[in-house]
Design a protein around this ligand. Structure first.
Ligand code: EPU
Length: 339
C-alpha cells in the first residue's frame, strides 16, 4: 500500500470537531486526492467522512475508520461576460472560498460569509444564512460511491435540497465521498440580498449607502460575530436544532397561549418558528449543566465550556427538546449530525 494512505490508529478527534469533544477514532486518515481515496477503498470501507467537523456531535469514541476530506483546488470551469462557474475541492474551507470570490468580484455567496466548515459539507445540509442558501448558486457536485467505487455527478435535482437538507442527509446518507462542488457566481449585476433587517441596520451603521458584495459580506461577518461564538474560543456547532415548521392551525393554538411568539409565514399554510426563541422561553438561554450549555446571546447554539463529553452535550440537547415539547408541543430536530 502507498505510504500516503497509511491509516493511523486511536487518533484524537478533538482538533477535528468544532464542539471540541474529546472522542477518539479507532482508525483515521486524511485524504488529499481522489486517487488516494479510490486506492483506500481497495482495502477499506470508511465508516464516516469528516469535513470541517463544524456540524457534528460525536457522542463517544468511534469504532471504525474516519476519513477526513482534505481535497483542495479552485478552478474556473466555465465563464461568460456575466458569470463564472467555479469548481472547488470539497476539502476547501468554505469561508476562505467566500473571501476569494469577493476578492475576485464574484457575487452570490457573500451572505454566507463566516459559515464554518468545508465546501463539501455545504451542499450536504444546504447551508443558509441571511436570505441565501447554497442551492441558489449550486451547479453540480462530484462524489465517489463508497461501495461501487465510481464517480457520480449530482445536479441540482439529484441533490433534492430542502431546508438544511439534501439527499446526502437522507436516502444516500453515508454512501458518498463528495470530491468537488461547482458553484455559479455572478461577475456583474449581482443579486444583492439585504432583505434581513439586521443586514440593513448594520450597513446603515457602517455608513454604507450603496451596498456591494464586499460591504454585505462585512455586515454578515459583524452580525455573526456579535451573536455566534467563535469555535476557536468556545466549542460549538452553530445552530444545534432546525427551526421547526408547523401547520398554521397548530400555530394559531400556540399563539393563543403565547401571544409574543415569533414566526415566519411559509407557503401552504405552514409557519416557521425560531427554535432559539422557543429554547429561550423555556429558560435555557445561557444556562449550563457542567460544561455543556447554551450560548448567552443565542439559545439555539449549544456550547462546550471546555470539558463536556459528547454524551453530556447530547443529554442537554435532549433536556432542551423535552422542555420545548412540554411547553409548546413542538418537537425540535437536531440540525447537526449526531454520530
Ligand atoms: N431568538 C430569540 N432567542 C434566542 C435566539 C433567537 O428570541 O436565543 C429570536 C431572535 O430574536 C430572532 C429569531 O429568534 O427574532 C431568529 O434568530 P436569528 O436571526 O439569530 O436566526 P435563527 O433562526 O436562530 C437561522 C439559522 C442560522 C443563520 C441565521 C441567519 C437555522 C437552524 N439557523 O438562525 O444558521 O445564521 O438564521 O440567517 O436555520 C446554522 O445553521 O448553524 C446557523 C447558524
Amino acid at each position: 500500500m502507498d505510504k500516503s494512505i497509511e491509516i493511523r490508529a486511536n487518533v484524537s478527534l478533538q482538533p477535528y470537531n468544532t464542539l471540541g469533544i474529546k472522542a477518539h477514532a479507532a482508525q483515521f486518515i486524511e485524504v488529499n486526492s481522489e486517487t488516494q481515496f479510490i486506492e483506500l477503498l481497495d482495502t477499506n470501507t470508511p465508516d464516516y467522512i469528516l469535513g470541517g467537523g463544524s456540524n457534528v456531535l460525536l457522542r463517544g469514541d468511534v469504532e471504525g475508520l474516519i476519513v477526513r476530506n482534505n481535497l483542495k483546488g479552485k478552478e474556473i470551469v466555465h465563464e461568460t461576460d456575466d458569470m463564472v462557474q467555479v469548481r472547488f475541492g470539497a476539502g476547501e474551507n468554505w469561508h476562505e472560498c467566500v473571501l476569494w470570490a469577493i476578492e475576485n468580484g464574484y457575487g452570490g455567496i457573500e451572505n454566507l460569509s463566516l459559515i464554518p466548515g468545508t465546501i463539501g459539507a455545504a451542499p450536504m445540509q444546504n447551508i443558509g444564512a441571511y436570505g441565501v442558501e447554497l442551492k441558489d448558486v449550486f451547479v453540480e457536485l462530484e462524489a465517489i460511491h463508497l461501495q461501487e467505487k465510481n464517480k457520480q455527478i449530482f445536479d441540482h435535482t439529484a441533490c433534492a435540497f430542502g431546508y438544511r437538507e439534501s439527499v446526502f442527509k437522507k436516502e444516500l446518507k453515508g454512501q458518498f465521498f463528495i470530491t468537488a462542488v461547482t458553484l455559479q457566481l455572478t461577475k456583474k449585476n449581482h443579486k444583492l440580498n439585504t432583505s434581513y433587517g439586521a443586514i440593513q441596520t448594520t450597513l446603515e451603521k457602517n455608513g454604507i449607502q450603496s451596498p456591494d458584495i464586499k460591504s454585505i459580506s462585512g455586515a454578515v461577518i459583524q452580525i455573526r460575530q456579535s451573536k455566534l461564538p467563535d469555535p476557536a474560543d468556545l466549542g460549538n456547532a452553530g445552530s444545534f436544532f432546525k427551526n421547526p415548521v408547523i401547520p398554521k392551525s397548530q400555530f394559531d393554538l400556540i399563539k393563543l397561549a403565547h401571544p409574543n411568539i415569533i414566526s415566519y409565514d411559509l407557503p401552504d399554510d405552514f409557519v416557521k418558528i425560531p427554535a432559539g426563541w422557543l429554547i429561550e422561553q423555556c429558560g435555557w438561554k445561557g444556562k449550563r449543566i457542567g460544561d455543556a450549555g447554551t450560548y448567552k446571546y443565542q439559545a439555539l447554539v449549544i456550547v462546550n465550556h471546555g470539558e463536556a463529553s459528547g454524551e453530556e452535550i447530547w443529554q442537554l440537547a435532549q433536556k432542551i427538546q423535552q422542555s420545548v415539547n412540554d411547553k409548546f408541543g413542538i418537537k425540535l430536530t437536531p440540525e447537526v449530525n449526531v454520530f
